[in-house]
Each structure stands twice: as C-alpha cells, then as structure tokens.
Design a protein around this ligand. Structure first.
Ligand SMILES: NC(=O)c1ccc[n+]([C@@H]2O[C@H](COP(=O)([O-])OP(=O)(O)OC[C@H]3O[C@@H](n4cnc5c(N)ncnc54)[C@H](OP(=O)(O)O)[C@@H]3O)[C@@H](O)[C@H]2O)c1
Length: 306
C-alpha cells in the first residue's frame, strides 16, 4: 500500500509532468472532481474556480495570440469549470472570449459573465447590446454593474433584460477595500443575484462584514484579484512550499494555497483568477479539488504570507 506522502508526491509529480508536457491530456480532467457551490437565488451549482480576463485576454485576433487562450479555455472546461468573467472595458477581451466561445460547442459549456460601465440608460443599453454582439450570444449568464457606476439606473436595465430572458443573473462589482461599504449599501437596498469584490490572503477586509452579510442574505459571491494581480507571489518568492500544505490540503503550488484560502470561506461561491497560461489554468483548477483549510490551517497560511 503506498503511503499518503507517496500518493501526494505522486500527484505533485503528475502536475509537474503535465506542466512540462502541455501536449499531454489535461491532468485536471482525470483527477478529482471540481467543487461546486449553489447560487443562492436559483440553487444552480457553479464550479468554484473560474477565469478572469482583464489584461490577459486583451490580445490581437490572430491565431497565434488566440491559441494560448483557447488552451486556457480547454483546461477550464476539461477541469469541470465554466465561469468566465469579462467586461467591455477590458479592451479586446470581450470579443476574444466571444470568438473562442463560438468555436466548436464551447459556448454551451460556459457560464459567461460581463459588465456594464455606462452612465444613463441609453448608454447602458448600447453597451449591453455591444456585449451581446462581442460575446456572440443571445443570452449572457451574468451581467454586473461594473465598479458601481450609475448603479440604480444600470440595475434597472439589467432587471429588464433578466425579465426578457436575455440575462440569467444580475450583480454588482468592485475591486477595492475602500468600496466595500458602498457595496454593502447597495446590497442592502437592491436585490441582486451576485456580488463580485476583492478578497485574498493580502486583502482580508471582506471578512469583516461583506462576506458574512452575503452568506446571511443569500447573495452569490465572486472573488476578484485573488493574487492581487500576481503581487502576492512576491511574498513567497524563494520560499518552498511547506510539506504540510501538500500532506493536509493536497496543494502542490502557492497559487493553490492562495485559492484554497479564499474558498475556505463558505460565503464564497467562486473565485476568478485571470490567466493567459494553460498551465496556470490547470494549476488553479486543482485548488478547487479536495480539501479546504479549516480555521487553524487558515491561520498557518496567513503566517506563511506574513
Ligand atoms: N471591478 C471589477 O469588476 C474587477 C476588478 C478587478 C478584477 N476583476 C476580475 O477579476 C479577475 C482577476 O483579477 P486580476 O486579473 O486583477 O488579478 P489576479 O487574478 O489576482 O492575478 C492575475 C495574474 O496572476 C497570474 N496567475 C494566474 N494563475 C497563476 C498561477 N497558477 N501561478 C502563477 N501565476 C498565476 C497571471 O499570470 P499570466 O497572465 O501569466 O497568466 C496574472 O498575471 C480579472 O481578470 C477580472 O475578470 C474585476
């Protein structure tokens, strides 16, 4: 019988092997199942790992530029995930997502989220129509008011689109700790299915009020900036991954530790790390499999990043 340590080392080497040989079939697809959590307003299950597209997906529409992003999307769906978050303000990202989603039968495997960032109803309508065109779809799964811009007008528009069946869920987003109080104000008075905000080992303000509030009120939570745009990797630069995170949590990379830390909060529905690298996508998928840290393990993780 192989020891527990040996099995964990085996899965770590499998990950390393696949990282070196990306032409091998996705290892995410042949291992454990990706965790899912219910969207409180519907009960629909959403896989806990998604994909952000800010900066990473603002590329030229050439086959050379699209190929790694196509591979990222394949890793996402082969790993059992579906959520892709984009926005009209991310340059060409929305159109890139639309082009890739239109290939094969990819669209039906995705849960597409985009945003509206306009002032005034007419401008919002124009922007949303452009999003349907860019994403090459008749239905967008989730439409969010971006950074609380003209929130009540745009939520009115999104509610009408939801009633028409063009949008399945609606929400609001922000990315700064300093906006959490404003998010709470909006959530107290506007019924929404989703809220998206920043939360990570480096930015823990949401633990105080926002996350407990969302759990209590039944609002689905998407977490952005899980790596603080990769800045969090600098905090552990040169540090090797402690044995206990592999032994106790099955984590084989720092990215997985950071994502598992976030997912350990039961108020979180899904986390959306951005990547243009299929190896990173496969790595991130692994964070949504297996065990999540308990309170004591979360404390130990905090100390690792101190
Ligand atoms: N106001 C808003 O609504 C708002 C604001 C901010 C973000 N967001 C959403 O949230 C998403 C995520 O936030 P973010 O893009 O700011 O930052 P992030 O996800 O914290 O960090 C992205 C960076 O992490 C790197 N990375 C990804 N997976 C990795 C891995 N396994 N190992 C090592 N490095 C890895 C990526 O590198 P590569 O590029 O090399 O793959 C990229 O540079 C955005 O893309 C966007 O969709 C929304």
């Amino acid at each position: 019988m192989p020891s527990r340590r040996r099995v964990l080392q085996g899965s770590a080497s499998l990950a390393a092997l696949a990282a070196l040989m990306p032409w091998l079939p996705s290892f995410a697809s042949v291992s454990e199942t990706l965790l899912t959590r219910a969207i409180p307003s519907s009960g629909e299950q959403l896989p806990v790992i998604g994909l952000g597209t800010s900066r990473t997906h603002d590329v030229a529409m050439t086959d050379e530029a699209l190929q790694p992003l196509r591979d990222v999307l394949r890793e996402l769906v082969n790993g059992g995930a579906s959520l892709v978050d984009t926005a009209p303000s991310y340059g060409r990202a929305e159109a890139v997502c639309g082009a890739l989603a239109a290939e094969d039968d990819m669209r039906k495997k995705l849960f597409l989220a985009s945003k509206v960032s306009s002032t005034g109803r007419a401008a919002g309508e124009r922007q949303v129509q452009a999003s349907f065109a860019a994403l090459r779809t008749d239905t967008i799964d989730l439409m969010q008011v971006h950074n609380l811009q003209d929130t009540s007008t745009q939520l009115g528009l999104l509610r009408d689109l939801k009633a028409q069946g063009r949008v399945r869920y609606i929400g609001v987003t922000h990315y700064l700790d300093s906006a959490h109080d404003r998010l709470l104000e909006v959530l107290r008075k506007e019924p929404v299915d989703f809220v998206q905000f920043n939360y990570s080992i480096g930015e823990r303000n949401a633990e105080r009020e926002l996350l407990p509030f969302c759990a209590d009120k039944g609002i689905a939570v998407l977490i952005n900036r899980p790596f603080q745009r990769a800045a969090l990797f600098d905090r552990v630069k040169g540090k090797s991954l402690p044995d206990w995170v592999a032994m106790e949590l099955g984590a084989t990379s720092w990215a997985q530790v950071m994502l598992k830390f976030i997912l350990a909060n039961p108020a979180v529905t899904a986390v959306i790390p951005a990547s243009s690298n299929p190896r990173y996508m496969a790595d991130n998928i692994l964070a949504g499999q297996g065990r999540l840290p308990d309170a004591a393990q979360r404390q130990r993780i905090i100390e690792l990043f101190a």
